[in-house]
Design a protein around this ligand. Structure first.
Ligand code: BGC
Length: 729
C-alpha cells in the first residue's frame, strides 16, 4: 500500500465532480482536488470552516474563498489547460499520507511537447497557509506566458456572497479582500510568488482576477518553477491581520516551499502516529480505511476550541456547511479514541450553541433545548421547511426535517456523555455540558404524551433516522434515545457532588433539582419503547407493520425519474416498508446489550432487504450490528461500502433537484467504528478497556492505538494473541 490514489481520467466533468476525492484540507479550509486552471464552472473551491453568508431568501451557506491557486499557461500565444486542449498525458495523485495533491499534464503543441507539473498542500502546521508549486517544461524554445494569481470569481451554489472586492497587485504579491453580503464579513487572500528564473512580469486586476504574468522563453528540457505561498484569513479569525499574513508569507518566501512542506508533513506524521489503523492481509481494506481516516483528519478542527464538522466536511457548500447528528453518532468515536482534544472541541461547539437550541425549542412551543437539524454558527438552524425540490414540478416540497427530527438533541447528549465516559474528563460537563444534558431532557419531557387513563408516555409526530416516513408516532429509535437522555440526566443529577460545590450550587440555583429528578425518573421508567413482536421484530414506528411489504428493487422500479425523491407525501417509499437508512438497526446497535443476540439478528435480517441505504450513514450501522451478532463475514461488504464512500462512483448526489455531492465523513467515521469496535471488538465500559476481536477471515493482523480513561494504548491483534500495552507519551 503506497498511501496514494491516482487517476489519469481527463474527463473535465468527472475531474470537477470528483474534486472531493482529491481534496486536501486542514480543518480551517478544504481545497477541492481540481486543477489550477479551473474557473468557477469547473467547481474549484477553497471552502472555509465556520463562516457563512446568505443572499436574499436563498440558503445560507459557507463561503468559498477567492481562489489563490488559480494558474494557467500559454505557449506561443495559446492557452493550454483542461478543458480546452486535449492532453497527451494527464495524471492526478493524492498522497494521503502527506496530504499532498499533485498533477502532471502534457500537451502536444504545434512545435513540441509542453508539460505542467504542480503540487499543493493546505498546511497542517499553519492552517491559514496554502503552499503550491507549478512547473512548466517544454522540449523546444517555447514562448511561455505563465499567469498566476487570485481568482475572485468563486463557485457558489446560492451566491453571489461577496458584494465587493478590493484588490492589490504588486510585484510578486497580490491580495483580494472580499466583503460578504449579509454581515459585511471579510475574507482576505494574500499571495507571494517566487519565480527564480529570468522573466518579464506584469500585474493586473481585471474581471475579479488579480493576476501576475511571467514571460520567458524555455530552454528545451529545463524546468521553470514558481512557488506560491497563499494565506487566507477572515474577519472572524481573532488575531489575524494583513500584517500578520504578510509575515507568514515573508517566512514562506525565506524558508521556502520545501521547508514549509516539511513542517506540514511532520504535522501529518504526528496525526498518523496514533491515528492510523494497520491491517495485514487485506491491502484494499487498509487503504480504504486509512483514506477515510485521512478525510476525517483533514476536516478535524484541531486549530479551534469550539467548532464542529459539517456533514460534507470542507468539500464545498453542499448541505449548507451545516453540522448534523453525523458528528456525534458517526464521527466522534474516531476522535475520542485517537485525539480526545478534537472530540472535546466538537462537543464544546454543541455546549456553546445551547442558546440557539433553546430558542428553537421555544419557537416550536417546547421547553429545554431542541438542537438545530442543520446547525450553523450560534446553533442557527439552516434547515428550511422546503428542503427538497420536486423534480416534476420544480417546486419546493414541504419537508419536516427541521420540525420533527427530535432525535437530534439526544445525539448531543450521547456525544457529551460519551466524551465524559471515555475520556474520564468532567471538564466539559462542568463547563456547560451539565446544563446541556438537562435542557435536552427538559425538551423531551415537554414532548411526552399520555393517553387519558394510560400509564405510559409516548412521543408522536416525529421523523426518525429513516427520513422517508415523516410524522410517525413512537419511532423506536427516537423513543429509546429520549429515554437514554432521561437516564443520563438522572445519572448526572443524582451525582452532582462529583462536580464540586461550585458547580453543584450553580445547578441547584438554576433548576429545581428534586422536581426534575422526579420527572426524569418517571419518564425514563414509563416512556414506551416498542418491544420485539412474536417474530422478534421491533416495529420501526406505530403502523409500520401495515405498510405495503415490498423490497427496495420493487420500489426503485416504480420511479418515474432517476432523481425523484423517495420520501415525503407522495414518495415511492412513503407508503411501503422500504426505508432510507438504518433505523431500528441503529437503535439495536447502540443498545445491543439490552437485547438478546437473536433479536438483533432477526431485525438485521428483516430490515436489511427493506433498506435502500440511500444515506451514506446506513451501511456502517448494518456492519456494526452484524459484528455484534458475531457475523464479521456479513459485516464486511457493509464495512467496505462505508470505507469506500468517497472512493467509489455512484454515491447519491441528488435529493430531488438539490445537489448533495461531496465527501462523506460520517461514512468514514462509520468505517472506523466498524474496524476498531466491530472487527477489533474494542469497548470501554466502567473504566475498563476490553478488546474482543473477530477479524474478517483474510485479516491476519490489526494494529492501532486507543485513548481512553486518560491513557493511550497500543493494540496489536494477531491470531495467536492480542496485546494491549500502555503507551508512554
Ligand atoms: C440523512 C441524514 C443525515 C444527512 C447528512 C441525510 O440524507 O438522511 O441522516 O444526517 O443526510 O448527512
Amino acid at each position: 500500500m503506497d498511501w496514494k490514489i491516482r487517476t489519469s481520467d481527463r474527463d473535465v466533468e468527472r475531474i470537477s465532480t470528483r474534486g472531493n476525492r482529491f481534496l486536501v484540507g486542514n480543518g480551517y479550509l478544504g481545497i477541492r482536488g481540481t486543477l489550477e486552471e479551473y474557473r468557477k464552472e469547473q467547481l474549484p473551491a477553497v471552502n472555509l470552516a465556520g463562516i457563512f453568508d446568505q443572499v436574499g431568501d436563498s440558503w445560507r451557506e459557507p463561503l468559498n474563498a477567492p481562489n489563490g491557486l488559480y494558474t494557467y499557461v500559454k505557449v506561443d500565444g495559446e492557452a493550454y489547460g483542461l478543458p480546452g486542449q486535449e492532453p497527451l498525458e494527464h495524471e492526478m495523485v493524492l498522497d494521503y499520507r502527506n496530504a499532498l495533491f499533485s498533477r502532471k499534464t502534457s500537451w502536444k503543441t504545434g512545435r513540441g511537447v509542453v508539460t505542467v507539473i504542480s503540487e499543493r498542500f493546505a498546511s497542517r502546521a499553519e492552517v491559514h497557509l496554502i503552499g503550491m508549486k507549478y512547473t512548466v517544461t517544454a522540449d523546444f524554445h517555447a514562448d511561455v506566458e505563465l499567469y498566476t494569481g487570485i481568482d475572485g470569481n468563486v463557485w457558489e451554489i446560492n451566491g453571489p456572497h461577496y458584494r465587493q472586492m478590493e484588490a492589490q497587485v504588486l510585484e510578486n504579491r497580490a491580495e483580494i479582500t472580499a466583503i460578504t453580503q449579509e454581515k459585511g464579513d471579510t475574507v482576505t487572500v494574500m499571495e507571494a510568488v517566487c519565480a527564480d528564473f529570468p522573466h518579464g512580469s506584469e500585474g493586473s486586476w481585471r474581471n475579479k482576477e488579480a493576476l501576475h504574468k511571467y514571460e520567458f522563453v524555455t530552454e528545451p528540457g529545463r524546468a521553470y518553477q514558481i512557488r506560491k505561498g497563499i494565506v487566507v484569513f477572515t474577519s472572524k479569525d481573532a488575531g489575524w491581520s494583513k500584517e500578520r499574513a504578510g509575515q507568514v508569507l515573508e517566512e514562506f518566501s525565506d524558508s521556502g516551499y520545501e521547508a514549509e512542506k516539511q513542517k506540514h508533513r511532520q504535522a501529518w506524521e504526528e496525526k498518523w502516529r496514533y491515528g492510523q489503523v494497520l491491517v495485514e492481509g487485506d491491502d484494499q481494506a487498509m487503504e480504504a480505511l486509512n483514506y477515510s481516516l485521512y478525510h476525517l483528519l483533514s476536516i478535524a478542527p484541531a486549530h479551534a476550541k469550539s467548532m464542529s464538522i459539517p456533514a460534507r466536511g470542507l468539500s464545498g457548500q453542499t448541505y449548507k456547511g451545516a453540522v448534523f447528528w453525523d458528528t456525534e453518532m458517526f464521527m466522534l468515536d474516531y476522535f475520542l479514541f485517537t485525539d480526545p482534544a478534537v472530540a472535546r472541541t466538537l462537543m464544546k461547539y454543541r455546549v456553546d450553541t445551547l442558546g440557539g437550541a433553546k430558542q428553537k425549542a421555544a419557537q416550536y412551543g417546547w421547553e429545554g433545548a431542541y438542537y438545530a437539524w442543520e446547525s450553523q454558527e450560534g446553533g442557527y438552524d439552516a434547515c428550511t421547511d422546503y428542503n427538497v425540490v420536486d423534480v416534476f414540478t420544480g417546486r419546493p416540497m414541504r419537508t419536516f426535517f427541521r420540525d420533527k427530527q427530535y432525535h437530534i438533541s439526544a445525539a448531543i447528549v450521547y456525544g457529551i456523555m460519551r466524551y465524559s465516559h471515555i475520556t474520564g474528563d468532567d471538564s466539559l460537563l462542568k463547563e456547560g455540558g451539565l446544563e446541556t444534558v438537562i435542557e435536552c431532557a427538559r425538551f423531551y419531557y415537554s414532548l411526552l404524551l399520555k393517553r387519558a387513563g394510560g400509564t405510559r408516555y409516548e412521543i408522536h409526530d416525529v421523523i426518525g433516522p429513516d427520513e422517508y416516513h415523516e410524522r410517525v408516532n413512537n419511532n423506536a429509535y427516537t423513543n429509546r434515545m429520549a429515554k437514554y437522555t432521561f437516564q443520563m440526566a438522572v445519572e448526572l443529577l443524582t451525582g452532582l457532588d462529583r462536580f464540586g460545590d461550585r458547580v453543584k450550587e450553580s445547578i441547584e440555583q438554576q433548576y429545581r433539582v428534586p422536581k426534575l429528578l422526579e420527572q426524569f425518573e418517571d419518564a425514563a421508567e414509563h416512556l414506551y419503547v416498542p418491544a420485539p413482536d412474536e417474530q422478534g421484530i421491533i416495529e420501526q414506528f406505530d403502523g409500520y407493520g401495515n405498510l405495503e411489504d415490498v423490497f427496495v428493487d420493487q420500489v426503485r422500479s416504480r420511479l418515474l425519474h432517476e432523481k425523484e425523491y423517495w420520501g415525503g407525501a407522495y414518495g415511492v417509499a412513503s407508503q411501503t416498508k422500504v426505508i432510507k437508512q438504518a433505523d431500528v438497526v441503529t437503535m439495536l446497535n447502540l443498545f445491543s446489550d439490552e437485547y438478546p443476540e437473536d433479536i438483533c439478528l432477526k431485525n438485521w435480517k428483516y430490515y436489511e432487504p427493506r433498506t435502500e441505504h440511500g444515506s451514506s450513514l446506513s451501511a456502517c450501522m448494518y456492519a456494526m450490528l452484524a459484528c455484534k451478532c458475531g457475523m464479521p463475514r456479513e459485516a464486511y461488504p457493509f464495512f467496505v461500502k462505508s470505507a469506500r464512500a468517497d472512493l467509489n462512483d455512484g454515491g447519491k448526489e441528488w435529493a430531488g433537484l438539490i445537489y448533495i455531492g461531496g465527501t462523506h465523513p460520517a461514512a468514514s467515521g462509520g468505517a472506523y467504528m466498524t474496524a476498531v469496535e466491530g472487527f477489533g471488538g474494542v469497548s470501554f465500559t466502567e473504566g475498563k478497556l476490553k478488546v474482543k476481536p473477530q477479524l474478517p477471515e483474510n485479516w491476519k493482523r490489526m494494529k492501532f492505538h486507543i485513548c481512553c480513561g486518560g491513557k493511550r494504548y497500543a493494540v496489536d491483534i494477531r491470531p495467536e494473541e492480542t496485546t494491549v500495552e500502555e503507551v508512554e507519551e
